[in-house]
Each structure stands twice: as C-alpha cells, then as structure tokens.
Design a protein around this ligand. Sequence first.
Ligand SMILES: Cc1ncc(C[n+]2csc(CCOP(=O)(O)OP(=O)(O)O)c2C)c(N)n1
Ligand code: SF4
Ligand SMILES: [Mg+2]
Length: 351
Amino acid sequence: MTYITKPRLHHPQLLPNGLGFTRRDYEGKVSTLCAGCGHDSISAAIIQAAYELDLPPHRLAKLSGIGCSSKTPDYFLGNSHGFNSVHGRMPSVLTGANIANRDLIYLGVSGDGDSASIGLGQFAHSIRRGVNMTYIVENNGVYGLTKGQFSATSDKGSKSKKGVTNHDTPIDLVGISMQLGASFVARSFSGDKAQLVPLIKAAIRHKGAAFIDVISPCVQFNNHTGSTKSFDYVREHNEAVNRLDVILDRDEITIDYAPGTIELVTQHDGSVLKLRKLADDYDPTDRIAAIGRLAEHQAHGEVVTGLLYIDPEADDLHDYLGTVKTPLNQLGDAELTPGPKALAEINASLR
Ligand SMILES: Cc1ncc(C[n+]2csc(CCOP(=O)(O)OP(=O)(O)O)c2C)c(N)n1
Ligand code: SF4
Ligand SMILES: [Mg+2]
C-alpha cells in the first residue's frame, strides 16, 4: 500500500483557528516514511504554519518532484491543490502554474537530489526569475528513496552505507540561492520546530522567491557519525544567527525587548517579522555580508541557521513580466481576442 487515509475522527477539543479549522484540517494521509525520518517533522511544521496563518486550504498549491521528500505533500494539507511532478522538474511546473493563476499560494517541496542534482538548473532559474513561492528543500545529503546514493549535497570524503567514498565537492543551495537573487533565504533543522514554523510562515507571507534549506536527517542512509546531515552533528554545530516571530495584521505589536536585540522587518503584505538577534553583528538585509559570513562559518564545519537574507521590498516574476492582475486562467474571450483593431495597433508598434 503506498498511502493510508487517516480516519476522520479527531479530539473534540482541538482548538479552531481564525477560519474555524483545526490543525487536523491541515493534515494529509498517514506517512509511509521510515520512523524517525526528518521529513515527517517538516510536514508537521508545514501543517502548524498553515494552521497558524489561518490559510484557506483551497488557496494553496503544493508541488513536488520525486523522492521521499517529494512524497511528503501527500502527508500534509490534504484539502489543498497538489501536483507530484517528475524528478527535478517541480520548479518549471510551479512556474507555469503560478503564471497561469497568480492568486494561489505556491509551496514547492523538494529534496537535495531533486533540486541540487538532476534539478539544479530548474532550481536556479526559478529562483533567479523571482517566482512568488515558498521553496523548501528537505536536505538529507543522500538519495533516500533509491537507497542511499550520494547526492550533490553529500559531504566530500564521506562514506555511503555500502562503503563507497564520495570525492565530489558538495553544492550549498543556500549560498547559490543568495547569489541568484532569492529575496528570502533561510536554513533550519527538521529537529527545531520552534525555529522552522515561523520561518515557513514568514516565507509564505513573503512576496518573491523564498527559499528554505532544511537539514533533514535520513535515518536509513545518512545519520552516521561524521555526516554533517545527522541529528547529532546538526545539534552540536548549529549556529543560529537569529530567532523569528511573525506578527500578522490581526496581532498587536508589543515591544518587550532590550533595544538593539530585536529588529522589526515589515513585508509587502503588512506582516511584520520580529527578529531576535543571536549574533549581534549579523544583518539579514546585507546580502554580500551574509554570503561571506555563511562561507566563513561553513569552512569551520558550522551549520548557520535562521533567516539569513531578506529583501522585504522585493518584486516578483509577475511584476517583471507586467502581467495583468487578473489570473490568466480567468481571462475571458473579450480580453484574449481583442479584435483586429488592437492587432493592427500592436503590429504598427512593432514596425
Ligand atoms: C529522471 C529520473 N531519474 C532518476 C530517478 C530515480 N530517483 C528517484 S528519487 C531519486 C533521488 C531522490 O533524492 P532526493 O531528492 O534527495 O530525495 P530523498 O529521497 O532523499 O528525500 C532518484 C535518483 C527518477 N525517478 N527519475
Ligand atoms: S529512506 Fe531516508 S529519506 Fe527516505 S523515508 Fe527513510 S529515512 Fe526518510
Ligand atoms: Mg535527499
């Protein structure tokens, strides 16, 4: 059996959110991943984020590629739109859907194999084009689904479960996404829900390409001592630069902090990000400094987490293309075939 439908029963005292939905309404089918897989914790964080944001499930579209990570959209947001595409091709399918209907909220879920190996080109172009989406890579440094081959984020010099050594240099998707112009970049850990849930909420409310790399240990093939994607390694080397709270339009902003330790960042849609600084000298709006800092800490084996970069004023692909505000899939014949006079004017403008 590839999936198991959850029974509809739930505890009568589950708290409803602003829309009257309980957390249960944002769940999906029963997961078939290995017990302890980091990906299941990320699914739980997505469910929590959608519940806390009062997201109408029919307004969200979740898209994925192929892999254990890409199977997870079946296990959350069961009442939302979903499309499980081809290995490494989620970004172009998401881009097409977004162009056709700009009114939906887009969530891309992928793996390190899906996005850094076969799908690297697709990943890169969706980021640099500024597609309005939340793009999550569930990064375990291995091809989990196909039983433990190295991915493009596997550590150089590490050994596979079968004893083969990896000689290739790993790709850092966070560094690449910053260089390519992502306007929201974060890294987190599947075992740190307190950090991950607000990051997902902030990314969903961000306009533009929002990328989150989540270290998500594969307990079957890459959780051994020495792997930088193991539970123990991330816990011991986690360098969080900040902690985030998302204040929604309905919430009151209360100033309860020592000056200089908290930064308030207002996003396009009015949501306010309350950033508690853990590293005094870290400025998440300085892209160049962020790239340098990341590379420096990485060289020392540290996993830098938190909101690493944000441009709260970013534009998105629709702004660059000058598309109409009405979703293209809702335009009628009159708008799509404006007649010979309009055609003549267009032709004249091109002569
Ligand atoms: C075109 C194509 N090539 C290869 C495969 C085989 N394949 C399926 S999943 C996968 C790797 C998945 O790794 P990752 O994206 O890291 O996901 P994980 O299972 O680790 O979560 C591969 C190579 C495929 N399905 N399609
Ligand atoms: S093989 Fe690895 S990635 Fe796949 S479900 Fe099992 S633990 Fe998770
Ligand atoms: Mg993987």
